[in-house]
Write a protein that binds this ligand. Structure first.
Ligand code: FES
Length: 111
């Protein structure tokens, strides 16, 4: 699976993710700036906030990614950068299972 992280200055970084690894974990393991992941992926910190721009080559329409859980929904209301309709927690999106190819834009700030 492939994850493209678009930095706030617009620079894209493309990474091949291990299947099962989240957008948050893959960023940490590969030294991608702009994702913190303070809670380690428990949907409890909102420092892995991303804006999903594309999934599997198409628009991130409803139903393309797994639904937002109640926990994720609550945390998305606490993000440092204001929530947008395309906001998700990077720790809740798993490579290979939830997507094969994703483009996420990183917010201005996570804290
Ligand atoms: Fe904490 Fe995703 S890593 S909410």
């Amino acid at each position: 699976p492939k994850i493209t992280y678009v930095a706030k200055d617009g620079t894209p970084v493309e990474i091949t993710a291990e299947p099962g690894q989240s957008v948050m974990r893959t960023a940490i393991l590969n030294g991608v700036d702009g994702i913190v992941g303070e809670c380690g992926g428990q949907a409890m910190c909102a420092t892995c906030h991303v804006f999903v721009e594309q999934v599997n080559g198409g628009a991130p329409d409803p139903g393309v990614l797994p639904e937002i859980s109640d926990d994720e929904d609550e945390m998305l209301d606490c993000t440092a950068d204001p929530r947008q309709p395309i906001s998700r927690l990077g720790c809740q999106l798993k490579a290979g299972t939830d997507f094969n190819d994703i483009i996420v834009r990183l917010p201005e700030t996570q804290v």
